[in-house]
Design a protein around this ligand. Structure first.
Ligand code: NAP
Length: 498
């Protein structure tokens, strides 16, 4: 059987970045397995109206491949998809991709020192290294609401958007008010006859400093790349301050957190004059417990006469619409589920992964605690880069996480080569020490020190621990990725090399 240098699961920005790094390090026999029919991950799958990035585009991109052509400061979704295609072509990683391939699981084979990756159609693919780049927000969550299957109209989840669903002149209901709904609701209201928005938990919304990037600026970005690097630095610095001061150091710097909260509350006051509606839209948890979002059009849309914000909980759905707990019903033609993603039940990991001594990663995480050394490696899982791990998400732009992990791969694989070894494994001691340090740091964050009980935030797992985000600055994460002690791993010679 052919043994690839590496098997990468997922052809989104994470998988593309990992493939670029492996190629740079001399590993050219790669296979990237993707369940969708094209690359781009979230930016290929999500196509709902209004989709756009909500991190400034100069920052939401690979630092080594700036794109001077973004049309807006916050680029629309299709531009992100084109950017992913451009990067994959330019860095010649598309040739490794196989689409429409669902991976069921992977098992470390001690005898051959390889990962045996099982595909749904029965095929097995083998690789020396395994990398999972399956994303955090890739398993859509369908709400557990009684009677939803009885609805006679059309039901559509935002991540499976269907342009053929007729919305013009229709009575539409949308469940959920997360970042997706905040983008979609203004677009829906433009065409629907009536829109009912079902909100369970309000979200903090701050003004979006968006607009077209003038041609002159794009030209300057193109001719003098340093200017775009400065724009990136500015964007990254603002996000870093928001995250570090406002969220991670909540206990020591509560005033910074208050600044974020106040900015959102002032935005709400400016845009919504009706005190009753404003009260419904005011979160009762601390800023940062749940991912805030940016919009200039969300609040004004909710104030429209043909849009209702419904905050009474949903009792059930029947053939004709939604009935709330107080017995009122809304007759609907279309039901949009903006109910987000399942992170903690079907993700972590997204596929079954069995390491040494039969250790099942998903079970082990659930039976002990969720952790990965430096957010990337797990003891008993040799030659495995778990790119969507607990404590891996660093900063607000996903690209900071991707590039931090690329730096970790570079140091680790150089260490492996220097030792003439071909199997690495994080030690239990290093992993435990990392977990202890992260747990300690979380104590200062808004997640532990603030009021997050009512936020219903997906940052928290089933044990109530906020283990998705790494509670350090992105600078510190990157520095550690480039300098971590190589003694935190064991290196050995695998069966193939012996
Ligand atoms: P989300 O933030 O998880 O929001 C899901 C919404 O559905 C919440 O309002 C939730 O209410 C509601 N909901 C779920 N189950 C429900 C139920 N059974 N009954 C009533 N309401 C229910 O998901 P999302 O909006 O798709 O966003 C997910 C993440 O994707 C964002 O945080 C962001 O990181 C990313 N995103 C990014 C962009 C961008 O950059 N352009 C755009 C969109 C999304 P509760 O809060 O009460 O649970």
């Amino acid at each position: 059987m052919r043994i690839h240098d590496a098997v990468i699961v997922g052809a989104g920005f994470g998988g593309i970045g990992a493939a670029i790094q492996l190629q740079r390090l001399g590993y050219d026999d790669l296979v990237i397995l993707e369940r969708e029919d094209d690359l781009g991950g979230t930016w290929h799958v999500n196509r709902y109206p209004g989709l756009a990035v909500d991190i400034p585009s100069a920052t939401y991109s690979y630092s080594f491949e700036p794109n001077p052509h973004w049309s807006r400061h916050f680029a629309p979704g299709p531009e992100l998809k084109r950017y992913a295609e451009h990067v994959a072509e330019k860095y010649d990683v598309r040739r490794h991709m196989r689409f429409g391939v669902t991976v069921d699981g992977a098992r470390w084979d001690e005898e051959s020192s390889t990962w045996q990756v099982n595909l749904r159609d029965g095929e097995t693919v083998a690789g020396r290294f395994l990398l999972t780049a399956t994303g955090f927000l890739s398993q859509p969550k369908l709400p557990d609401i009684a009677g939803i299957e009885d609805f006679a109209g059309t039901v559509v989840h935002t991540t499976r958007w269907d342009d053929d669903v007729e919305l013009t002149g229709k009575r539409v209901g949308i469940i959920g008010t997360g970042a997706t709904a905040v983008q979609l609701i203004p677009e829906l209201a433009k065409v629907t006859d009536h829109l009912t928005v079902y909100q369970r938990t309000p979200i903090y919304v701050s003004p979006k400093l968006d607009g077209p990037v003038p041609g002159l600026v794009r030209g300057v970005f193109d001719k003098v790349p340093l200017t775009q690097r400065l724009a990136r630095l500015a964007g990254t610095s603002i996000l870093e301050v928001m995250m570090v001061a406002g969220v991670l150091h909540y206990r020591n710097l509560p005033a910074a957190n208050q600044l974020g909260k106040r900015a959102c509350e002032a935005h709400l006051r400016r845009q919504v004059k009706d005190p009753e509606l404003r009260a419904k839209l005011t979160p009762d948890y601390d800023f940062g417990c749940k991912r805030p979002t940016f919009s200039n059009t969300y609040y004004p849309t909710l104030a429209r006469p043909d849009v209702d914000l419904e905050t009474t909980s949903i009792d059930h759905v029947d053939a004709g619409g939604i009935v709330t707990a107080d017995g009122r019903r809304a007759d609907l033609d279309v039901l949009v589920l903006a109910t987000g993603f399942d992170l903690w039940e079907t993700n972590f990991p997204a596929i079954e992964i069995i390491g040494r001594e039969g250790r099942d990663l998903g079970k082990w995480w659930r039976e002990t605690r969720f952790n990965a050394y430096e957010g990337i490696a797990v003891p008993k899982f040799p030659n495995f880069f778990s790119l969507n791990s607990p404590y891996s998400y660093s900063g607000l732009s996903y690209f900071t996480t991707i590039e931090t992990q690329m730096a970790h791969m570079e140091r680790l694989l150089a260490g492996l080569a220097e030792r003439d070894a071909d199997v690495f494994e994080a030690t239990e001691e290093a992993s435990d020490a990392f977990l202890e340090r992260m747990t300690g740091l979380l104590g200062d964050s808004v997640f532990n020190a603030g009021q997050c009980a009512t936020a219903r935030s997906y940052y928290f797992n089933q044990h109530g621990e906020a283990v998705l985000l790494r509670p350090t600055s992105t600078l510190s994460a990157h520095r550690e990725a480039a300098r971590f002690p190589l003694e935190d791993y064991t290196f050995s010679v695998g069966a193939q090399a012996r």
